[in-house]
Design a binder for this molecule. Structure first.
Ligand code: NAD
Length: 477
């Protein structure tokens, strides 16, 4: 660690990264300040009667920018939640939505709670009460503020919140659009649970198509055989690890969790480790041979791709110099502090920044919100029509082949794949892939073209801030 160096807080880190980018832009100081600051943060303390006594909880909902409405961002359940953290996360949401062209301002919420300490029915009471407090102030509302899952929350909590909103707004026909990340049978969309991990996979596909980017990281080839270390086998980390190993041939050599890590240079089985964690609450006991007590030390093991997918600040001044991966993809929000970012940049490590890397969640949330407002499942109108047009072509090809006497036959496998019209899941994946490709290209164009931009994060900030600034300027601010 540099002598006297102080680790900035998460919000300071985001501000420092923002300042680095605006230093390269030509914005008026007033507009710069307007974009940087967080518009409002609401703190609520509420009581819930649990186990015979009243317990008080503290929650937050922060709105960073309303240049577009509704504003959007997850709700986190964790003991470390605080105002500084939700404000940093809300700011990141503004830039993330701008980068992937999801038409939202940035917001974020959190509740100081360890969800593992409560029974399901207790969590429901707490969640409904928290939602009630936010709904009363339009901080959950289909046209103003639309939360989603984040660390410690998932489909279940989103279903409770949506139901709470609908109980309090019985005539709102768009009630389902008040939160995203709901279960499919409660207004959700196919592919939302996996979306952030899927987006990490698509982001890596985009990077591996970028020859100049690969050169900068000193990497060659494709994803097959690349050694990957993942921190946090929760929603995002699990899906990313699963898709990369099952579909792209990556070898998952390290999995870091709260209670230690598993490390095996020959590869780990993601599914059985996920099942073990679900049953035992951690990785301990899974395999004594591969268990590492000091989990965080595995971040420093050699690998090709490092995926921090748990929480912020894990790569910091104390370990940045020892990170060996040439490529880090920030599946979590803010896993690399501003100080560590500088050390890694100087070493030549390429970082695919959080703002882009984990934008798959908000992208598919956007699709879910549109689905809820249009009250129809994607693909419902076109699917069969698409299939019958494909059938026409197949029939014609087969007729031509027969008439010409050449005896060509389309294989049943081809016919089956070609004939099938796109359902909701296929359309969601296609929309997500398209979004991740276009957003990557917009960052990479800046990264490769400008000599004063030597990293993807600054490029991402430049693109995102440029879009937010254009939106404020168009409004006449
Ligand atoms: P999650 O709660 O499903 O998973 C988090 C995982 O990290 C858990 O397995 C937990 O045990 C582990 N973990 C917690 N503390 C740890 C520590 N100190 N060391 C190692 N592992 C630890 O959460 P998630 O939804 O997967 O979110 C993870 C990150 O991704 C967060 O930064 C979140 O903001 C970000 N993110 C999530 C989404 C989403 O759609 N869920 C979208 C965008 C960004």
């Amino acid at each position: 660690m540099t002598q006297n160096a102080r680790e900035p807080s998460f919000r300071e880190s985001v501000d420092q990264m923002f300042n680095r980018a605006v230093g390269l832009m030509d914005l008026s100081p007033g507009l710069e300040e307007k974009i940087r600051v967080c518009n409002a943060t609401y703190t609520v303390r509420f009581g819930v009667r649990l186990r015979g006594e009243i317990k008080t909880f503290t929650g937050y909902r922060s709105v960073h920018s309303e240049h577009m409405e509704p504003v959007k961002g997850g709700i986190r359940y964790a003991t470390g939640v605080n105002q500084d953290e939700v404000e940093a996360l809300a700011a990141l949401m503004t830039y993330k939505c701008a980068l992937v062209e999801a038409p939202f301002g940035g917001s974020k919420g959190g509740l100081c709670i360890d969800p593992r300490e409560y029974e399901t029915h207790e969590l429901e009471l707490i969640t409904r009460r928290f939602a009630y407090e936010l709904i009363k102030r339009d901080l959950i509302n289909p046209s103003q503020n639309v939360p989603a899952p984040d660390m410690g929350t998932g489909e279940r909590e989103m279903a409770w919140m949506a139901d709470q909103y609908k109980r309090m707004n019985t005539t709102d026909i768009n009630g389902n659009a008040c939160v995203t990340g709901k279960p499919p049978n409660a207004g959700g969309i196919a592919g939302r649970v996996e979306a952030t991990g899927r987006g990490v996979q698509y982001a890596l596909h985009a990077f591996f198509r970028d020859e100049k980017g690969m050169q900068k990281a000193g990497m060659t080839g494709d994803l097959s055989g690349k050694r990957v270390i993942v921190q946090g086998l929760g929603n995002v980390g699990y899906h990313a690890a699963k898709f990369l190993s099952e579909e792209d041939g990556c070898i998952i050599t390290g999995i870091i969790e709260r209670d230690g890590a598993l490390y095996n240079p020959d590869g780990l089985d993601v599914e059985s480790i996920r099942a073990w964690i679900a049953k035992h609450g951690g990785v301990s006991g899974f395999s004594d041979m591969h268990h590492v007590g000091d989990g965080a030390s595995v971040l420093e093991e050699p690998c090709d791709i490092l995926i921090p997918a748990a929480l912020e600040g894990v790569i910091n001044l104390s370990n940045a110099a020892d990170i060996q991966a040439p490529l880090i993809i920030e599946a979590a929000n803010g896993p690399v502090t501003a100080g560590a970012d500088q050390i890694l940049r100087e070493k030549g490590t390429v970082i695919i920044p959080d703002m882009y890397a984990n934008a798959g969640g908000v992208t598919v949330s956007y699709f879910e919100w549109v689905k809820n407002l249009s009250h129809i499942r994607f693909g419902r109108m076109q699917r069969r029509q698409e299939e019958s047009r494909h059938q026409l072509i197949i029939n014609e090809l087969e007729r031509l082949s027969k008439d010409a006497g050449v005896g060509w036959e389309l294989s049943p496998d081809f016919k089956q794949k070609y004939l099938r019209g796109a359902g909701e899941l296929e359309l969601v994946r296609s929309g997500l892939d398209d979004t991740m490709r276009i957003a990557y290209q917009s960052m990479a164009d800046v990264w490769h073209a400008r000599e004063d931009v030597d990293d993807l994060r600054t490029a991402a900030y430049l693109v995102a801030i440029g879009k937010v600034a254009a939106s404020y300027q168009a409004k006449g601010l």
